[in-house]
Design a protein around this ligand. Sequence first.
Ligand code: 5AD
Ligand code: SF4
Length: 438
Amino acid sequence: MSKVENKKLFIQTLGCQMNDTDSEHIIAELHEHKNYDVTTVMEEADLIIINTCSVREKPVQKLFSEIGQFNVKKKPGAKIGVCGCTASHLGKDIMKRAPYVDFVVGARNISKIKDVVDVKGAVEIDIDHDESTYEFAKLKTSKYRTAVNISIGCDKQCTYCIVPATRGDEISIPPEMLVAQIQKDVDNGAVEVMLLGQNVNSYGRRFSDGRAKSTFTKLLQEISKIDGLRRIRFTSPHPLHMGDEFLEEFVKNPKISKCIHMPLQSGSTKILKSMKRGYSKEWFLNRAKKLKDAIPELRITTDIIVAFPGESDEDYQDTIDVVKELKFDQIFNFKYSPRPNTAALDLKDIEVDDKIASKRLTDLIDLHKEHQSELLARNVGKTIEVFFEDLKSNGEVAGLSDNSLLVFVQGSDELLGKFVNVKIISASRTALKGEIAK
Ligand code: 5AD
Ligand code: SF4
């Protein structure tokens, strides 16, 4: 008897790491419950899904141009679905603009995917839907790493941000579910976990079963007890919730990667207030310096929005001052983009001229490039422990250090899955080259 072939799913993901995990859940759920296998060729797919981001205007525009293309080139009869944050905030309007779309599933409703794929016209965007205890089928994307969402939604109201409107209120996933999931992944070979959430260090404020509150620090301690798990990474923490207890755990827990994402957004206390970030320039500098003093090899990455409404030359200079003082290892730079359902829309009258905004963005990028080269060059001559996980076709093997430095050496697949000491011999702006230390 010939085997019935599975249907084919093509999925395109825009946006953040939470969207990546949501896409993995979609793939795994559709494989397990609906017999879909992934294809990278859109033209041969029976189902095309685009998992969207709406944090800035650009990805939203991209959505409509992409699905238009898909609709022209797809196999006859193939279905098109739109998932994620843009699905949440545009809902039915997506079908008004693009009537060939078959279904829409919001970022908070991913667990419903298996039920709606066959329902023409389905729109599932309930912002109060609670899937914090839903056990998603899981896709294995890397042999050595796993990623888990530790919370869904966000309780903050940063005035530029659409996320609370698309992902809803924050609910934490019970720690015992997280520990069990990570334990299972470690039993299957994972050595590293990435903990994901919009605001990871406010973890534990609300569980859907009404149990007592907990904290992110406690969760880190619980997860650290998992034997065989070597590294814990997380993103994104909020600088406001970086109290002393959290910083102490970060410093002393050897399993926690010494690369931290600290989204600054702006270096001006006035602008931070207007963004409702809840901290000042001084608090941010104090937290970052405390960590830097305690951990010499610490690397800090950040997000910065330039030209938030009302940002004067002095405010921008405050941001530049913080950047010069801390020298971030990586900056994700954004020009402010007005978003629907956000409080900053009320500041329309004081929006920054687009030419000035673009100049601020390029100046910041240039400054950061100088810092990046300088920071990476400091590693030449040092010996660093690297976990190798990727064999390239040119005979190089790539891996990451504990503090997320990307390192290449000449080698073979024998290095894969191993922690090895590497002597660094050269640096570019984004990566290091080395040789295995004798
Ligand atoms: N405009 C520009 N950047 C934004 N971000 C979030 N909302 C906006 C917006 N309206 C940026 C923030 C956030 C990152 C994920 O995206 O820096 O940390
Ligand atoms: Fe948006 Fe602020 Fe929540 Fe981050 S913390 S997701 S920027 S509202």
